[in-house]
Design a protein around this ligand. Structure first.
Ligand code: ADE
Length: 464
């Protein structure tokens, strides 16, 4: 991912972003940061970039010409116009969801203003987003740009070493973080809470969630309200756990962007994959939900991928909204908290050196395979140090991508791979689930053997 910063103080930005985690990410070429001095582009022979505002008023304004020429210089090689963020107190307030949205871009341009702002005409031509970091006024846009770049860059895969755990922590998004403790066990007569020394991961996760909820309720009632609404939806979905486990997992992991939430009419978008998931009370209420959430417009403009689990809603989306689908799947979930016995002993996380092998045996593009490996959620079974099969976690959270070489089948390797990934997911407080295409008898049998419960109602992947 590349960040271009248009500024009058490039050294300030570069110095601030060249240290610690972000500096290391630049060194490792996971991100690229470039600051360009707007003054280098002025046509004024004295190097002037500002002038008095028409109509009078305090202070000076940055002129259109140097800003525009600097912008053109940094974007001349871009195939499409990059998102260009003008950091200004007049913008929308930056938050984690915006950071997640910006992190999906290949390239971002930040425009930092100074003095009393920038001539509106150039802003109208180049800016796509006006963003503020809060309701206070700083002397320039450099610090806000650095704040936003830090928040966005840490979401780029590989920048944080523990990106998987930060994505999968329960309810991490709508809640404040729980208190943390390090050595020594006793300090100023204060002891570390007993549960954290217990080694019981389940108990620790429960305690942390409790703490997070209590803290959020006390310090951020606005966030707590949002969390509580999502929890209410979670409870309604839980009444049909096998049918709605995919949506419950999104909410439980704090990955759900709740777009509509009334009774059983629930529409959410997975913030990480952009995949939509929906449940509806009736065809009529589904129509209202699609309209009120503007999902109807999004579907019509294309590129929407959604999971639905009611046949009449699927029909509605195909017939009235022109979406396409294929054979149904059946959802199976592992509801026990007990870890499974893994018979095959040599199972390890896959690395990028295995990507060609996966590509050869799994029908997906290389980018997807690389992303799954980089997410640390692909595991391989080895026999005599040779890779003979693999399993993975899909981008929206289900288990899948299972493959075992013909010569190694019926040796319990597939079962072991699935048991292994189930145990890994349990460690993270997740409820493992998968989607099985209608007619895949071998997979149905495998799920049964590992103790997964099958939903007897179908589910469709559907797209526009
Ligand atoms: N420039 C000055 N103050 C700012 C703020 N609060 N957010 C973004 N840009 C700014």
């Amino acid at each position: 991912m590349k960040f271009q910063i248009l500024t009058l103080f490039p050294e300030m930005v570069m110095q601030g972003l060249n240290t610690s985690i972000i500096g290391r990410a630049v060194e490792n070429k996971l991100i690229e940061i470039d600051a360009v001095n707007i003054r280098d582009y002025t046509l004024d022979k004295h190097g002037k970039v500002d002038d008095y505002p028409y109509g009078g008023g305090a202070g000076m304004l940055m002129q259109a010409q140097p800003v525009f020429d600097a912008y053109q210089a940094v974007t001349k090689e871009c195939i499409k116009k990059p998102r260009t963020i003008y950091v200004t107190p007049q913008g929308k307030t930056f938050n984690q969801s915006m950071a997640e949205e910006f992190a999906k871009e290949e390239e971002l341009v930040f425009l930092c203003g100074h003095y009393e702002g920038i001539d509106q005409r150039v802003l109208d031509e180049i800016v796509t987003d006006y963003v503020s970091i809060g309701d206070y006024v700083l002397t320039g846009g450099e610090l806000p740009a650095m704040v936003m770049i830090d928040a966005i860059a840490r979401l780029v895969p590989g920048v944080l070493h523990n990106d998987i755990s930060s994505q999968t922590e329960s309810f991490y998004n709508d809640l404040l973080e729980y208190p943390q403790y390090s050595r020594p066990e006793v300090w100023h007569d204060k002891k570390v809470p007993e549960v954290l020394l217990s080694g019981n991961h389940k108990k620790i996760a429960e305690w942390r969630l409790e703490q997070s909820v209590a803290l959020t309720k006390e310090r951020r009632p606005d966030l707590y309200k949002k969390y509580d609404k999502s929890m209410q939806a979670f409870k309604r979905l839980k009444k049909q756990k096998r049918k709605y486990i995919h949506m419950m997992e999104q909410i439980a992991q704090g990955r759900a962007n709740m777009l509509y939430n009334k009774g059983m009419d629930i529409l959410l978008m997975d913030k990480l994959s952009g995949i939509y998931m929906m449940s509806a009370e009736s065809v009529e209420s589904a129509k209202v939900m699609l309209c009120e959430s503007s999902m109807d417009v999004k579907i019509k403009s294309g590129g929407v991928l959604m999971i639905v689990c009611d046949p009449d809603i699927k029909e509605l989306l195909v017939k009235d909204y022109g979406m396409e689908t294929e054979n149904p799947c059946y959802q199976a979930c592992y509801t026990s908290r007990e870890t499974l016995h893994v018979r095959h002993k040599d199972i390890r996380p896959l690395t990028l050196e295995h990507k060609e092998y996966v590509k050869e045996h799994y029908h997906s593009d290389m980018k997807y395979i690389e992303a799954r490996i980089n997410a640390g959620i692909m595991y391989g079974a080895f026999v005599d140090d040779k890779l003979v099969g693999f399993i993975g976690g899909h981008r929206e959270g289900s288990m899948g991508m299972l493959f075992v070489e013909e010569s190694q089948r019926r040796n319990g390797i597939a079962g072991s791979l699935e048991a292994f990934i189930i145990n890994k997911l349990l460690e993270q407080g997740r409820t493992p689930y998968c989607h099985i295409y209608e007619g895949n008898i071998a997979s149905f049998k495998l799920q049964e053997k590992n103790g997964l419960y099958l939903c007897d109602e179908p589910l469709w992947w559907i797209w526009s």
